[in-house]
Design a protein around this ligand. Structure first.
Ligand code: PFF
Length: 420
């Protein structure tokens, strides 16, 4: 059977941007910027993207486009001895899919609640109670997780272009418009300028080693590297579409989105006189309260945006595992989706009910498995593939040298820093 293919460059780029734009951009990036020196951190972040993460992106993309197969098959073709790294990347995708679906389920839950205007008049302490009750009710969190995973499966089962491509072409531009609207409202609030100052005032004194490691790690996670998503999507690119352009657009879109998300969130947080935070407490405790003070529509737009951002990432993780089953095992797409759905529902269900398992899945996948995957991809492109083949795709000896020498060292440096 013919493999799936994105029918346009726009679909391929939107799908990759969808994978990249996710919870990381919304609940981690704005806080990191504020804590690590504002505009100074943004400059370092962009440098990390350009010098380390983008070359890894190119490496994954080169592997996918030149082999035109799934993550495991690609590595088996290019470096038979390193093929097990393919399994590690696929496993990482599966694990991230499982715990990401729990958060996706919370977003779905909160979208329904905001449709019923249930945050109206709520204070922060009551919002904390709501979130605690959602998290501690197995029925509520598991059923919402299943809805989210089901939506992910429905998009993936429809196919590469008709499912993933079509969803991304529509939802990613809409997502962008939604955060711009929220940023507009947020910036117009009295007291918003304190939030802007928190984000942009450059403080080069805060740029210490941990801040630089954080920038690297964040740019890495944000571009969905090391788990085979970019590899798999690139294997569906049209022959004439350029790896360089796809990577450049994705990184630009991802960074721009993260910065605009910062302007959507921090000015509103400061205008409400609340201390900034990161992670679930920001999205599910602080922001519903702040946004519901501005009418019923803003919380709906916000949670719809979170849901779309999470879905466009989760479909890329599911596709990595499905592509392996379809290409390697000859399983029909619909059965492959069903099998992975069932397996992720089990692990996701465990993550939804046992917080320590959720934490362990997050830690192992982002700090260990993703790093091994990315290192494997960079080494294969830098040291195993013929130089001419790589250069025919990236057309720059400088990028080739970055992939060959700089990225492996930096990946090891981030991994060591994160594990210490
Ligand atoms: N890039 C996503 C984010 O910033 O939230 C996270 C992610 C997506 C990680 C897909 C890994 C992945 F395979």
């Amino acid at each position: 059977m013919a493999r799936g293919r994105f029918n346009s460059k726009f679909a391929a780029v939107m799908a990759m941007a969808g994978s990249a734009v996710g919870l990381g951009n919304i609940w981690r990036f704005p806080y990191m910027v504020g804590e690590h020196g504002g505009a100074a951190f943004i400059i370092v972040y962009i440098a990390c993207c350009l010098l380390v993460s983008l070359p890894i992106f190119f490496a994954e993309s080169i592997i996918g486009k030149s082999t035109r197969t799934d993550t495991f098959g690609a590595l088996e073709t290019l470096a038979p001895k390193g093929r097990h790294v393919g399994y590690i990347a696929i496993l990482a995708s599966f694990i991230i899919l499982s715990f990401y679906s729990v958060v996706g389920g919370w977003s779905f839950n909160y979208l329904i609640r905001s449709l019923g205007a249930s945050f109206d008049g709520l204070g922060i302490s009551e919002a904390k109670e709501v979130f605690a009750s959602v998290g501690s009710s197995p029925v509520e969190s598991v059923s919402c997780m299943l809805v989210f995973l089901g939506l992910t499966a429905m998009i993936v089962v429809a196919g590469v272009d008709k499912g993933i491509g079509r969803f991304s072409k529509i939802s990613i531009p809409v997502l962008f418009v939604m955060v711009v609207i929220i940023a507009g409202v947020s910036l117009s609030l009295p007291g918003a300028e304190k939030g802007v100052e928190y984000l942009v005032r450059p403080d080069f004194g805060k740029l210490d080693g941990p801040a630089i490691a954080a920038a690297l790690g964040q740019s890495f996670f944000s571009l969905s590297l090391g788990v085979g998503c970019i590899l798999t999507y690139s294997s569906y690119m049209k022959e004439e579409d350029s790896v360089l352009q796809a990577g450049g657009w994705t990184a630009l879109f991802d960074t721009l989105f993260a910065i605009i998300a910062g302007f959507a969130i921090m000015p509103a947080v400061f205008a409400a006189g609340i201390e900034p935070a990161a992670g679930p407490s920001l999205v599910f405790e602080t922001l519903p309260v702040i946004f519901s003070r501005m009418g019923v529509v803003l919380p709906i737009i916000f949670f719809l945006a979170i849901l779309i951002a999470a879905l466009s990432s989760s479909i890329s993780m599911l596709e990595v595992v499905v592509a392996w089953m379809v290409d390697r095992k000859g399983i029909a797409r619909k059965y492959a989706v069903l099998i992975v759905f069932a397996a992720a529902a089990v692990l996701g269900g465990i993550c939804a009910t046992i917080p320590s398992v959720f934490g362990a899945c997050d830690f192992i996948s982002s700090n260990v498995l993703m790093m091994i995957g990315a290192l494997g991809f960079a080494l294969i492109v830098g040291w195993k593939m013929p130089r001419e083949e790589v250069l025919s795709l990236v057309r720059s000896p400088f990028i080739y040298r970055l992939i060959r020498y700089v990225t492996p060292i930096m990946i090891i440096a981030i991994a060591v820093t994160n594990l210490l």
